[in-house]
Design a protein around this ligand. Structure first.
Ligand SMILES: C[S@@+](CC[C@H](N)C(=O)[O-])C[C@H]1O[C@@H](n2cnc3c(N)ncnc32)[C@H](O)[C@@H]1O
Length: 317
């Protein structure tokens, strides 16, 4: 069909339908196939106009900058030495695995640590991954992490956030996962470049948008700290486990980089205290999930993350 023919057909559609088609056309993301020779060239990132506007907002600019630094200096450390961090990823992966399906969104994927765990548990059904993060430098590492986990499907690298409509078509994904990720940092919500909701209201907008992209019965699986987490308990568990299992190289790294890591993590508590990050108990999550069209399939409170974590798997009702 010629372009003029399509344009003529579009003209007769209702305005809302035309806007939806226009939006979908401007949100076609590139997928890369993961194979042995993967990424001989620099990968392309998808980023929409909304995210480009959002990151100019002074508060968000600082938040992204804090995470850039944290991801560079701390994310590799927790992913390689922190038993509570890794065991929470594994718990989430085990609980989510049978609900995952073919098309997956990882919201706040970092360097792909959680997807790697999921693929190690099983995750064989996964064919397409939308890897989304505010930090493009972390996203660069995702393809290699997936390749090392023997993934042989497709991945799209999206510099985006949980702070506005996801650049994903309605009802097109089987699951959304967020391991200590973007979901709990949905503290601001933007529409048309304008800040329209903050704190819990922003989280509600984000959950509604996740519901929009999920197919019926699609799954949302995520982890977050419980309210007022005891960070000391997490640190003691990390170090204790390295000593107990005789992992001296990791222990050296944890001691060597632990103090700067603590300093770089301070912004997370500030953001949470100000209400822009969500450390909730299961009952609070349940109320928000029900309000936004989900029902809980399974939940665990205080079982992992040195008893400081919440893991929830929910289904689009
Ligand atoms: C604690 S790390 C977790 C990374 C990964 N999910 C894992 O399990 O290793 C949090 C990640 O979320 C990203 N992030 C923070 N706020 C976000 C937001 N509002 N939207 C999307 N990503 C966000 C950060 O850049 C970071 O990569």
């Amino acid at each position: 069909m010629s372009h003029s023919h399509i344009a003529k057909k579009l003209r007769y559609l209702p305005l809302q339908e035309r806007q939806k088609i226009k939006w979908e056309r401007s949100h076609k993301v590139n997928f890369y196939e993961i194979d042995e020779e993967f990424l001989p060239e620099a990968p392309q990132f998808f980023s929409d106009e909304e995210f480009r506007q959002i990151r100019k907002h002074p508060e968000i600019k600082n938040f992204i900058l804090d995470f850039y630094r944290w991801n560079k200096e701390v994310l590799w450390l927790v992913n390689s030495t922190s038993h509570p961090y890794i065991s929470m990823q594994q718990t989430l992966a085990r609980q989510a695995d049978s609900h995952i399906g073919e098309v997956l969104v990882d919201l706040g994927c970092g360097t792909g640590g959680f997807c790697s765990q999921l693929l190690q548990v099983d995750g064989k059904a996964i064919r397409k991954i939308f890897a989304i993060d505010i930090d493009w430098k972390a996203l660069v590492e995702v393809p290699e992490a997936l390749r090392q986990a023997n993934y042989c499907g497709k991945v799209a690298l999206i510099q985006g956030s949980s702070m506005s409509r996801l650049p994903i078509w309605d009802g097109s994904v089987d699951s959304v996962v967020s391991s200590l990720g973007g979901l709990m940092y949905a503290g601001w919500w933007f529409e048309g470049g304008k800040l329209v909701a903050q704190k819990r209201l922003a989280l509600i907008n984000c959950l509604q948008d996740i519901n929009r992209v999920l197919r019926p019965n699609g799954c949302l699986a995520f982890s977050a700290p419980k309210p007022e987490p005891d960070w000391g308990a997490i640190l003691r568990d990390s170090v204790g486990w390295l000593i107990k299992t005789g992992r001296l190289t990791e222990l050296y790294k944890a001691i060597r980089y632990g103090v700067p890591a603590k300093k770089l993590s301070a912004f997370m508590n500030r953001v949470e205290r100000a209400g822009y990050a969500h450390y909730l108990c299961v009952e609070e999550w349940q109320a928000l999930l029900e309000q936004t069209g989900f029902e809980i399939i399974s939940s665990s409170f205080g079982e992992c993350y040195a008893k400081q974590g919440v893991v929830i798997v929910a289904r689009k009702a």
